[in-house]
Write a protein of this length. Structure first.
Length: 163
C-alpha cells in the first residue's frame, strides 16, 4: 500500500505542470499568447491551442477582453501570394482534434480598438465562450517569442471550410 502511495506521489511530482494551460470540460487550452504592439497600433492577434479530448463537438463562439473595444474570431489564408483575413464567426472543434492558432495561415482571435499597447512580459485576461463548455477565463502572455506551435507536437491548424 505504501509503495503504491509513493509511486502515485512520485508520478504527480514528476509530471510538469503547465502554468498556462486551462481545462473546460473536455476542452484543453494551451499557452494563450499575443505579440507586443506599438503605441497607437489599433489591433493585435491572440493565439491559443484548443484540444477537444471529449466525444462530442464543441464550438468557440466568441471571445472578449477588457484590453480591446471589440474582439472577433478571424481566419487568415494566403491566396495567390496575398494574405487575406476575414471574420470566421465560430470555430468547430470536433472530438479528438485540435485547433492550433498561430501566426500565418489559420485562425486567431483579433483584438480591435486596443485600449493600450500590449507590452512584452505583461499578461491580460481573455474570456473564451464555448457553446457547450461555457465561458473560460485565461491569461494571455504578451511575448515576441511566438514561434511555430506545431513544433511542440501539435498538428497543424485545420483549414477553415471553403479554403
Amino acid at each position: 500500500m505504501q509503495l503504491r502511495f509513493l509511486f502515485a506521489a512520485l508520478l504527480v511530482i514528476g509530471t510538469p505542470l503547465q502554468a498556462r494551460d486551462y481545462q473546460a470540460g473536455k476542452l484543453h487550452l494551451e499557452q494563450p499568447v499575443a505579440r507586443p504592439t506599438r503605441p497607437g497600433q489599433p489591433g493585435a492577434a491572440t493565439y491559443v491551442t484548443i484540444e477537444n479530448r471529449g466525444n462530442t463537438a464543441d464550438r468557440l463562439v466568441s471571445a472578449s477582453t477588457p484590453m480591446a473595444g471589440k474582439t472577433e474570431i478571424h481566419t487568415m489564408t494566403m491566396d495567390g501570394g496575398v494574405m487575406r483575413m476575414r471574420e470566421a464567426g465560430e470555430i468547430l472543434i470536433a472530438p479528438g482534434t485540435s485547433i492550433v492558432m498561430q501566426p500565418g495561415d489559420g485562425y486567431h482571435i483579433m483584438l480591435m480598438n486596443l485600449k493600450q499597447p500590449l507590452k512584452t512580459g505583461e499578461e491580460f485576461p481573455l474570456t473564451l465562450n464555448f457553446e457547450k463548455a461555457g465561458k473560460v477565463k485565461v491569461s494571455v502572455e504578451v511575448t515576441d517569442k511566438i514561434g511555430n506551435m506545431q513544433q511542440q507536437g501539435h498538428p497543424a491548424a485545420p483549414r477553415p471550410p471553403g479554403h
